[in-house]
Design a protein around this ligand. Structure first.
Ligand code: TYD
Length: 198
């Protein structure tokens, strides 16, 4: 594989989707996202994010995210990398480690093992974490909330803290998400441009 896989991670409203798109344009990468970037994934996304399914068990949630990821990697990511394209994905394994492993309390290791099974061992070459505090992120989120967004403040605080902790442990690139889009894009490029041979 000659293409590189770059994953953007962060809480809701962190601006990572916008920044993922801008970086993908800049390096002419295939832009993808989880959950839901395949036909099967869209069906899984509907189930897992539907606020009507309040009863979904954390393990079910973890398995559905993993199922979406397996399909995403098999159908989109791996073929693109094999064709020599770079891929920028809006969320990847890190989201499961943090939301299901730490947010839902399933533990990082079992969720990581599940993701490893789902991806066939395909890790991101680089993980970029967009950091934004809860208050500013909430201000940016002014739409109807899906099932995960509607989870309580404690859950979102565990997610925010969990991302920061994993980023430290795992050598992720951490970007300050405050400020306007161009400012943040500038930070992403100065941090990422040099680390990828793209
Ligand atoms: P989405 O609408 O794609 O929004 P955004 O990425 O902009 O927040 O929401 C995806 C939701 O799914 C989000 O709340 C995070 C959650 N999620 C997990 O809990 N685990 C995962 O493995 C992934 C990929 C996403």
């Amino acid at each position: 594989m000659s293409g590189r896989l770059i994953a953007f991670e962060g809480g809701e409203g962190s601006g990572k989707s916008t920044q993922a798109r801008l970086l993908a344009q800049r390096i002419d990468a295939v832009l993808t996202f989880e959950p839901g970037d395949t036909a099967v994934g869209r069906r899984i996304r509907e189930v897992v994010l539907d606020p009507a399914h309040a009863e979904i068990d954390p393990r079910t949630e973890a398995l559905l995210m993993a199922a979406d990821r397996a399909q995403h990697v098999a159908q989109v990511v791996r073929p693109a990398l094999q064709a020599g394209r770079h891929v920028v994905t809006d969320r990847y394994v890190g989201s499961s480690l943090v939301y299901q492993g730490l947010g839902r309390g399933l533990g990082v290791s079992p969720v990581e093992a599940l993701s490893h099974f789902a991806t066939g061992g395909l890790d991101a070459d680089l993980v970029v974490l967009l950091e934004l505090d809860g208050e500013e992120a909430r201000r940016r989120l002014d739409r109807d909330l899906d099932r995960l967004e509607a989870a309580g403040d404690d859950f979102h605080e565990r997610v925010r803290a969990g991302f920061a902790e994993l980023a430290r442990e795992r050598d992720w690139v951490v970007i300050d998400g405050r400020g306007d889009i161009d400012e943040v894009a500038g930070r992403v490029w100065s941090a990422v441009g040099g680390r990828l041979d793209v």
